[in-house]
Design a binder for this molecule. Sequence first.
Ligand SMILES: CC(C)C[C@H](NC(=O)C[C@H](O)[C@H](CC1CCCCC1)NC(=O)CC[C@H](O)[C@H](Cc1ccccc1)NC(=O)OC(C)(C)C)C(=O)O
Length: 327
Amino acid sequence: QTGSAPNHPSDSEDDEYITNVSIGTPAQVLPLDFDTGSSDLWVFSSETPSSSARGHTIYTPSKSSTSKKVSGASWSITYGDNSSSSGDVYTDTVSIGGFSVTGQAVESATKVSSQFVQDTSNSGLVGLALDSGNTVKPTKQKTWFSNASSHLASPVFTADLNHQADGSYNFGFIDTSLASGPITYVPISTGNGFWEFTSSSYAIGGGSSKKHSTDGIADTGTTLLLLDDTIVDAYYNQVQSAQYDDSQEGYTFDCSEDLPSFSFAVGSSTITVPGSLINFAPVDGNTCFGGLQSDDGIGISIFGDVAIKAALVVFDLGNKRLGWAQK
Ligand SMILES: CC(C)C[C@H](NC(=O)C[C@H](O)[C@H](CC1CCCCC1)NC(=O)CC[C@H](O)[C@H](Cc1ccccc1)NC(=O)OC(C)(C)C)C(=O)O
């Protein structure tokens, strides 16, 4: 069995990618943000204060004949951008791209931070990182993909995200026609609960490859490509109008400047992010904000949507490896 669901950018900046998910019986369809950087499936619900839920689609467990409350269970999560949410837990049938998982933990939000209230493009998240990152207490719950994997044709899913266009999340199969180049696989380290891998070098534009070991995660829930300062400074050194803008907390440049591409090693191959994807968004007038920014020494680098948009990414749980193919 397999599943295939379309995704689309949440806004004109590709800030997030949204996929419709069916929960309960009869199906309640919610637009959710698939996040390979976290491990909780949580939704706005009938238990979310109505002032917070305004503009969001909600899940109402009492309207689903297959919902069951997980007694005594709770969850609470804080993300890298300091947004947060918390609540209690149900199980219900969750279908994505035509594939159904019964008894999936659906975490119902009784509290959401202001970022979530304001971001009406999503009604919650589908965490697709490793099960160890799940925040439910006293008993951790499994991700949708973890529950699905033993029933899928193959324990893999792929992310195909595109700039201002539809893409797909495919489960149980790899559609190699989505890529222009071969898939190169690298092993993941599972200790932190992420799809974490090491990239051994990078190159800027047509320049020579520079040795630099990057320990990073493939994260569909992070908008930008966040790397070590040395790499980021070297990149914007090649952008004549670039400057670090304290108010924007990142590098900005003249929107009309042609940006060099950025390549990173995946095993013995490289993935090249075109300069056009690094020209992320206008901030004011003719100044634009870069899609490559510093990982602020958070101790790990993040290959977010700006990098994933350049590739077909294979999340292979069976073999504990990540695959990257140029698009
Ligand atoms: C709890 C842990 C187990 C896992 C947890 N994981 C993460 O924090 C990474 C994870 O991918 C989270 C998932 C996101 C949380 C906020 C909502 C959207 C999903 N990523 C994050 O926390 C990173 C935040 C994203 O990059 C935001 C997303 C966004 C976009 C538009 C509007 C609002 C929010 N983009 C964003 O800020 O884009 C700009 C810079 C262009 C404005 C952690 O590491 O702490």
